[in-house]
Design a protein around this ligand. Structure first.
Ligand code: LRH
Ligand code: MN
Ligand code: MN
Length: 431
């Protein structure tokens, strides 16, 4: 496997921190053993954790007001893969990349797969894009894509999704994520039921092209770019569509795509209960689809989501394997640093959820002891599992402190030299 950052540098970084980590790990291990928890089992579990990196996240994002590019940004999909490889090399938690077409359309898909193989990376779900027009496109998506009144626009959007599946097959992907911006800005602009009928027809055509071992992830979002109504606005709609389409269709929960104060963990529980929880786009938000770094605003919500996932995994066993992906926009940080930190934050919630004393929780629930039930969750959430995460990284060949190792490597400075900005560089600004 090609190492992007010199392996010797990472070793040096770890050597300087190993003794302190061991001391912290031993202290935590002692504390956990008094709670009847085996730290080694938790560390082994942490090592199994994986979350996909969004290709569009390694470039600096933007808002509709401006984009302030960073230095050494990747200018094409091959450079994006290099950045993804850095993230995985140091965190050992992000072995796959989620591509977005046509932003990431490779000139030679086979060569891209070879590059990924050499970097030790695979491809997670591919994402279609019918929320903006591409140069030279025959039919506009201004008034919708899969729901458009224009049959030609709908057919073009379906054909694009099928093209994404074809590309994904060559890359070794096994899923297609479909998010559309379709909706209306005015009451009466479109017939609410008619638009969904057209969506379902289009989605059926895409579903029919899905290989047997693929999943189609239907991603809902409350608002934006449509501000009066979005056709696939909520989990009820995505659930109904997924039910109609069949077993290979599942719902995708992007944490930023809900009304403020929505109980997202309950949505997760519902979708898991009915076998339709496909996966996640992790990020965090204060107001709307802010696409802030995972765990940066409400880490307790992230923990509560993973608490439901842990419960579902216990109930459903190995059959329960939702896809984990990050979906963030980095405006003021180095995207590599944000993605590494976010992967670790999601992994932290995964480990904290594994710490919940489920027998005690069930007992408090049966006894209607609301206070102790809540305390049981808080007890797990408050436990600082950082030494477990660092030890998991160390044992998997990553860095004890990924951001420090990254900064010491000088990767960004070197990238700034190797990657002078070029006109029309693909950094979407839309997330
Ligand atoms: C829409 C979204 C969706 C897109 C991505 C760029 O807000 O979350 O997942 O594909 O952003
Ligand atoms: Mn998303
Ligand atoms: Mn979004």
């Amino acid at each position: 496997m090609d190492h992007i950052i010199d392996a010797g540098q990472v070793e040096q970084h770890n050597a300087a921190r190993r003794a302190a980590l061991q001391a912290d790990y031993d202290a935590l291990g002692g504390m956990l053993s008094r709670r009847g928890v085996d730290i080694e089992a938790l560390t082994a579990k942490a090592q199994t954790f994986a979350v996909a990196v969004p290709s569009w996240g390694v470039g600096t994002g933007g808002t509709r007001f401006a984009r302030f590019p960073g230095r050494g940004e990747p200018r094409d999909v091959t450079e994006k893969l290099q950045d993804c490889a850095v993230i995985h090399q140091l965190t050992r938690a992000t072995p796959t990349v989620s591509l977005h077409f046509p932003w990431d359309r490779p000139a030679d898909p086979k060569a891209l797969r070879e590059q990924a193989d050499a970097l030790g990376l695979g491809f997670d779900a591919v994402n279609s894009n019918t929320f903006q027009d591409q140069p030279g496109q025959a039919h506009t998506y201004k008034f919708g894509s899969l729901t458009a009144q224009s049959q030609a626009a709908r057919e073009q959007a379906v054909a694009h999704n099928i093209d994404c599946i074809e590309l994904g097959k060559t890359l070794g992907s096994r899923g297609l994520t479909v998010w559309v911006g379709d909706g209306a800005n005015f009451p009466g602009q479109h017939n609410l039921r008619g638009a969904l009928e057209r969506y379902i027809d289009s989605a059926r055509a895409i579903y029919a092209a899905l290989p047997a071992d693929w999943l189609m992830y239907i991603e809902h979002k409350l608002f934006e770019p449509a501000f009066y109504c979005s056709t696939i606005a909520d989990w009820g709609t995505s659930f109904a569509v997924a039910q109609l389409l069949g077993d290979k269709a599942k719902c995708l929960v992007d944490l930023g795509h809900h009304a403020p104060n929505t109980n997202i963990e309950m949505i997760v529980a519902r979708l898991a209960q009915f076998g339709k929880l496909g996966g996640f786009h992790f990020n965090d938000s204060k107001y709307g689809d802010d696409d802030l770094d995972s765990g940066s605003i409400d880490p307790f919500q992230l923990f509560l989501v993973f608490n439901e996932l842990a419960d579902a995994a216990l109930r459903d066993g190995a059959a329960f394997k939702p896809a984990y992906m990050l979906d963030q926009s980095h405006n003021v940080t180095d995207p590599i640093e944000s993605l590494m930190s976010s992967a670790v934050e999601v992994q932290r919630a995964f480990v904290q959820a594994a710490l919940v004393d489920r027998a005690a929780l069930a007992g408090h629930q049966e006894a209607n002891d609301a206070l102790q039930a809540a305390q049981t969750l808080k007890h797990a959430f408050r436990t600082d599992v950082s030494p477990i995460l660092a030890m998991a990284r160390l044992r998997s060949g990553g860095a004890i402190d990924p951001v420090a190792a990254y900064r010491a490597s000088g990767w960004r400075e070197q990238a700034a030299v190797k990657r002078p900005p070029k006109a029309g560089a693909s950094g979407s600004g839309i997330v």
